[in-house]
Ligand binder design. Structure first.
Ligand code: NAD
Length: 355
């Protein structure tokens, strides 16, 4: 094995984890001297926003227009509302889309941001913000984007439909998989990554069968926290770049795309990362010592879609996607070769097995 050699940075955020912890919100605001929060949700989760307001005794104002890809037009409307109600803080309750709006307001105003995640996407643990201007998505990273406080309350995840729970959970697993072979990987993050994969891979099949199983939901949320921390701490490679390209340029859905691409991205890197493959196989149930096999078994048990063709991605788009995917150089354990990437994208389009 290579001698240990690394830099380790820890993201300075406060995490409150446990069933019913949303009830600690008044204390979390009080400890920062905050009184007039702006509460963010999507139109689909207004009831979650109202629950927050009720817990705060009717204090706070709701903005319920959060939407996918954090368009700056929505952020501008939200900013005007923030000023008009004189908000002193942001509470975002929802998935990556709502948390993205919270980050966009917080970085522009300096207001403290409390996140209450209800999916497994992990945005709450990262200093990364993706925003779209006129349909073009741009990503930036700034330590000030990292939310200061995160409350993980399993009760809020119980309503996440089984299909979305499955793909959101695989989205989280993808963060950990890439953290294990990141250029700036380090021993602590690798431990968290394996623990995160193990927790999610163990819990997700149970959740798909019985979505209100609190033990499995708690385990998945614990795993999602760890995977989010990995995403926020080290660099991502081919898998995230491909998903970003496919999502951004072809309007493909975020978590579903991650789910379809992951076995293919891992298979691409497999020849260069034997130790990582061995460690992953050890935490994936029924892997028989083969991480790709373990991942395929898991995806089959989760009954998720396996081809991008199911989401309108056409075979004619494969070349264009390959061109975009290789246009910006980035670190990957196996060098990026256009022919191989094209073939990888073709397989994901057709829903073929990873090789
Ligand atoms: P999402 O936030 O888009 O949510 C999808 C839908 O599910 C929404 O309608 C939402 O209201 C609903 N929903 C969420 N939780 C629910 C619950 N518990 N019960 C019922 N409905 C619920 O989905 P997502 O996958 O969490 O986030 C995807 C977005 O987040 C993408 O735009 C992605 O780029 C971004 N993201 C960013 C980062 C980052 O670090 N910046 C990390 C991960 C994801």
């Amino acid at each position: 094995a290579a001698p240990l050699n690394f830099i380790y940075n820890v993201a300075p955020s406060r995490v409150v984890f446990g069933q019913g912890k949303i009830q600690t919100l008044p204390d979390e605001l009080a400890r920062q001297g905050l009184k007039t929060p702006l509460i963010l949700t999507t139109p689909q989760q207004i009831q979650h926003g109202e629950k927050v307001k009720a817990i705060l005794g009717g204090v706070g104002n709701l903005f319920t227009e959060a939407t996918m890809h954090t368009p700056t037009s929505v952020t501008d409307t939200a900013l005007a509302f923030t000023k008009s109600v004189d908000a002193d803080s942001i509470i975002s309750i929802g998935g990556g889309s709502t948390i993205g709006l919270g980050k966009a307001i917080s970085i522009r105003t300096g207001l403290p941001h409390i996140c209450i995640p209800t999916t497994y996407a992990g945005s709450e643990m990262t200093p990364i913000l993706g925003e779209s201007v006129d349909g073009l998505k741009k990503t930036r990273s700034d330590p000030k984007i990292l939310p200061g406080t995160v409350i993980y309350d399993v009760d809020l995840t119980l309503s996440l439909p089984p299909g979305m729970s499955a793909t959101s959970g695989i989205n989280a697993i993808a963060h950990s998989v890439e953290a294990l072979y990141a250029q700036n990987a380090n021993p602590i993050i690798s431990l968290l990554a394996l623990e995160g994969v193990k927790a999610l891979a163990g819990a997700l099949p149970t959740i798909v069968e019985s979505p209100s199983d609190v033990t499995a939901r708690t385990s998945a949320q614990y795993g999602a926290w760890l995977c989010g921390l990995c995403l926020g701490s080290v660099g991502m490679s081919i898998h995230h770049k491909l998903c970003h390209t496919l999502g951004g340029s072809f309007g493909l859905p975020h978590a579903e795309t991650h789910t379809i691409v992951l076995p293919h991205a891992l298979a691409y890197n497999a020849p260069r990362i034997p130790e990582v493959m061995e460690k992953l196989a050890a935490v994936l149930p029924e892997s028989n010592g083969d991480a790709i096999h373990g991942l395929n078994v898991l995806l089959t048990r989760l009954k998720v879609q396996r081809g991008l063709n199911q989401f309108g991605f056409k075979v004619e788009d494969v070349d264009k996607a390959a061109d975009i995917a290789v246009s910006n150089p980035y670190y990957n354990p196996r060098p990026i070769e256009r022919d191989l990437i094209r073939e990888l994208i073709r397989r994901t389009q057709a829903g073929e097995d990873a090789r």
